[in-house]
Ligand binder design. Structure first.
Ligand SMILES: *Cc1c(COP(=O)(O)O)cnc(C)c1O
Length: 339
């Protein structure tokens, strides 16, 4: 089976499993797990923030960032289709009591788009309270937020006193695609969440990074949400291993995704512009047949794909999909669509 549903489906490699088995551990709720402490320090260094907190998922990292920086009855600016809007089970409203407002169209947005949705300061409007940028932007097909736009958005947020959070689940992909260092991409943000379990190929884990005082509060919220873990060094070891051994190869996933997209574009039944494939996510439409039936046929032929909206199919390249696998998959899919 060639599984292109998500970059979360990777399984730990033999080297990663060895690092996990050999990890030095302690009780992290007491702050005594040396491997967790090492991972938190390493990620803080990479993203250029004072401190980091290891949490079980990217959703928890984003939600703690929202908890600490938004307000009840407030409005959080997000891009269309963003993860915190669509794929976190309504947690922003349920946990922080804030509501999202969408800036721009198609995912990445500009400072002018933010300006257009900020509310006047009255007693009856929701309070604009925070801005979230997702880089890369999953739903739009892994698109990279132009850094010039990020800087303008950051300037506006600063002027209005709004905290700025980066959902950097795929920060590593944005760095590979732009050639910019993670810390450069993160510099305009107050807080940053990153995932170890996407392109980096670790089994579990995300980190929330930011100012030391905020991360100290975040540690308390993590415990409140049930995210305090004990000998979590087993998991942190996988993350450290991934950062050291898998970060550099992310560019390979991007090349494989582009080649896959070009092959898919050879089918007249596929709606796709391969030039818009910037990272490891390929989103395309299917003409003239049901998406569900197409996915079912593909699965029977050994290719698994995801759906991220009506008629929108998602294919994601990752550590467990070789160039040959992706070529085989696109060959199968193009043949299926030609029938
Ligand atoms: C995967 C992802 C997350 C976090 O997802 P979890 O499954 O909770 O780890 C957050 N943001 C984006 C953009 C993602 O793709």
């Amino acid at each position: 089976m060639i599984d292109l549903r998500s970059d979360t489906v990777t399984r730990p490699t033999a080297g990663m499993r060895r690092a996990m088995a050999e990890a030095e551990v302690g009780d992290d709720v007491y702050g005594e797990d040396p491997t967790v402490n090492a991972l938190e320090a390493e990620v803080a260094r990479l993203v250029g923030k004072e401190a980091s907190l290891f949490v079980p998922s990217g959703t928890m990292a984003n939600q703690i960032a929202l908890w600490c920086q938004s307000e009840r009855g407030g409005e959080v600016v997000v891009g269309e289709g963003s993860h915190s809007l669509l794929f976190e089970s309504g947690a922003m409203a349920a946990l922080s009591g804030a509501q999202p407002v969408v800036a721009g169209r198609g995912g990445p947005y500009t400072a002018a788009d933010v300006e257009a949705v900020l509310r006047p300061r009255t007693d009856y409007h929701p309070r604009s309270c925070m801005v979230v940028v997702e880089n890369t932007h999953n739903w739009s097909g892994g698109r990279v937020f132009p850094q010039s736009d990020v800087l303008e958005i950051a300037g506006l947020a600063r002027d209005r006193g709004l905290p700025l959070h980066l959902d950097g689940a795929r920060l590593w992909n944005a760095a590979a695609a732009t050639g910019l260092e993670p810390r450069t991409l993160c510099a305009p943000f107050d807080t940053v969440s990153v995932c170890l379990s996407k392109g980096l190929g670790a089994p579990v884990g995300s980190l929330l990074s930011g100012p030391r005082a905020l991360v100290a509060r975040a540690r308390r919220v993590r415990k409140m949400l049930g995210g305090g873990m004990r000998q979590a060094g087993i998991l942190a070891a996988a993350g450290l291993y991934a950062l050291e051994h898998h970060r550099a190869r992310i560019a390979v996933d991007h090349a494989v995704a582009r080649a896959f997209a070009e092959q898919m574009a050879s089918s007249p039944a596929v709606e796709i512009d391969p030039r818009r494939v910037e990272t490891n996510i390929v989103v395309f439409g299917i003409r003239g047949r049901s998406t569900d039936l197409f996915l079912e046929d593909a699965r029977r032929e050994g290719v698994r794909l995801g759906v991220i909206g009506p008629g929108r199919v998602r294919a994601v390249t990752h550590l467990d999909v070789s160039e040959g696998d992706a070529a085989e998959a696109s060959g199968i899919l193009v043949r299926l669509l030609g029938r």
